[in-house]
Design a protein around this ligand. Structure first.
Ligand code: SAM
Length: 273
């Protein structure tokens, strides 16, 4: 069995065992680890999914909280380490698999909703986020770390250039709260950019026609420099009339529309069909 060293503050900036392709930047700063865990507030009777436990920086205290922990790790080389460290704990289950494929509903939850915590692998963080949209009804909350620049996009208000398809989609499904920023020095190896931790709370109002909603928002943002009219009309020729009928100036750009305006566009399209 190959046992990898557990991260500690004495490791160098470079970590020969970290796999860049798997977005492995391991947390080594105890204060940051505690701050993430405090923000999450795991407790007995919770059912927690940790995506990408890595070497267990967050996992250990999650287990100590008494919650039922599912740790989903893709890297087979890390499995022996995680097994060895945590297998004696009855409330710990290692799931060896891919966060982009796992059906969250397949995890045994005893009727409870899932709480999700992760220092996400940055290269696929938004792809993982998009998978969460389709499981909103079984999620209680999430505390997730992304690259700071991704969080800037996720929280961008209407009228700002960072606002995009993903911003609107996340607003449709979750309330997103920025919690704090984390410097590169908190990780080994050090990433080139800062990170941010956010809390996501599922919204109770769900999007009625999810497929159409994604299509319309995706089309609207197809070319960010174009007007909403020019983006939509290649797909829906009567887009100009439709937008005017709900009071949206067709020469606006997609990034200026609020979530409610997108919902109105979709609702009017459904009526028109
Ligand atoms: N939680 C640990 C920490 O904070 O030190 C590790 C975080 S590291 C940024 C991301 C982790 O996600 C790595 O352990 C990596 O192997 C794992 N990972 C990468 N791709 C994954 C995938 N598709 N499914 C599940 N885990 C994945």
């Amino acid at each position: 069995m190959r046992v990898l060293p557990i991260a500690n503050a004495t490791m160098r900036t470079k970590d020969p065992y970290a796999k860049r392709a798997l977005g492995q930047n391991f947390l080594i700063n105890g204060q940051v680890i505690n701050r993430i865990l405090d923000s999450f507030g795991s407790k007995e009777n919770d059912v927690v999914l940790e995506i990408g436990p890595g070497r267990g920086a967050l996992t250990e205290k999650l287990i100590e909280s008494g919650a039922q922990i599912y740790a989903l790790e893709f890297d087979r080389d890390l499995a022996p380490l995680l097994h060895e460290r945590f297998e004696k704990n009855e409330n710990f289950t290692l799931v060896e698999g891919d966060a982009l494929k796992l059906d969250l509903a397949s995890l045994e939850r005893g009727g409870r909703k899932l709480r999700i915590i992760a220092n996400l692998p940055y290269n696929i963080s938004t792809a993982i986020l998009q998978r969460l949209f389709s499981s909103v009804e079984i999620i209680e909350d999430c505390v997730l770390m992304f690259q700071r620049e991704v969080v800037d996009r996720l929280t961008a208000k209407p009228g700002t250039s960072e606002r995009g398809y993903l911003t609107v989609l996340i607003e449709a499904h979750f309330l997103i709260e920025w919690l704090f920023d984390v410097p590169p020095s908190a990780f080994r190896p050090e990433p080139k950019v800062w990170s941010s931790v956010v809390r996501l709370l599922p919204k109770t109002r769900s999007i009625i026609n999810e497929e159409l909603f994604r299509e319309v928002v995706g089309r609207g943002f197809a070319q960010k420099r174009k007007t909403i009219l020019n983006n939509l009309k290649v797909w829906y020729p009567k887009a100009g009339e439709l937008l005017e009928s709900i009071g949206i100036d067709p020469i606006r750009r997609a990034e200026t529309l609020s979530l409610d305006e997108w919902i109105s566009v979709v609702a009017r399209l459904e009526l028109a069909e």
